[in-house]
Write a protein that binds this ligand. Structure first.
Ligand SMILES: Cc1cc2nc3c(=O)[nH]c(=O)nc-3n(C[C@H](O)[C@H](O)[C@H](O)COP(=O)(O)OP(=O)(O)OC[C@H]3O[C@@H](n4cnc5c(N)ncnc54)[C@H](O)[C@@H]3O)c2cc1C
Length: 156
């Protein structure tokens, strides 16, 4: 559990840096597609911006906790759930901006994908590895919120 806590929590301290760069690339994509003045697109971009800022604050909070020598607790699950669900939405927003282009793979050998196709597809795995979103929600419910444990099979 300690190892998993570090896997989920450790990178959360700097995750916002990656998502900030990705957000800037998404804004650039909106500009390239001439959609940066579209109110619906701007709302999606504002949503992304606030999420990256939340990750930055959460990262600082986690960093302070680690600096005090405290192990990452259920907050690691909050971070993992947050960034993985966020990135799925980013992949969807990018696909919406690309339109039909999102469905056409680049020419070339092997299973090539464009940058944003890669983001979209990898984000699907993000909510599975390091523990699925459902498992993170269970951890948050039981260990952070103190809700009753989910029923488990009785083993003899
Ligand atoms: C790209 C990728 C990389 C990976 N890398 C590694 C790695 O490096 N090392 C490693 O050890 N593993 C790795 N994994 C495995 C990963 O940790 C597991 O796939 C993940 O923990 C889910 O376990 P599972 O596949 O057995 O699914 P299952 O546990 O069988 O879950 C199947 C479905 O049931 C849901 N579910 C299961 N239990 C519950 C529950 N109690 N409550 C509610 N819903 C539940 C899950 O959320 C999921 O939707 C990787 C997986 C992927 C996709």
């Amino acid at each position: 559990m300690t190892t998993l806590g570090h896997e989920r929590g450790g990178s959360a301290t700097i995750a916002h840096l990656r998502y900030r760069r990705q957000f800037e690339a998404l804004v650039e994509l909106a500009r390239e597609k001439g959609r940066d003045h579209d109110p619906a697109v701007r709302q999606e971009l504002a949503w992304c911006h606030t999420h990256v800022e939340i990750m930055r604050y959460q990262g600082m909070r986690l960093m302070a906790q680690l600096a005090e020598g405290r192990e990452p607790g259920p907050e690691a699950s909050v971070s993992k759930l947050f960034w993985s669900e966020y990135e799925r939405r980013v992949g969807e927003i990018a696909a919406e901006l690309l339109g039909a282009e999102a469905l056409v793979r680049p020419e070339g050998e092997g299973y090539r994908t464009s940058h944003w196709q890669g983001v979209f597809l990898a984000a699907r795995a993000g909510t599975i590895y390091s523990g699925t979103s459902e498992i993170q929600r269970n951890i948050i419910a039981e260990r952070a919120l103190g809700l009753p444990r989910e029923p488990a099979a009785v083993t003899r």
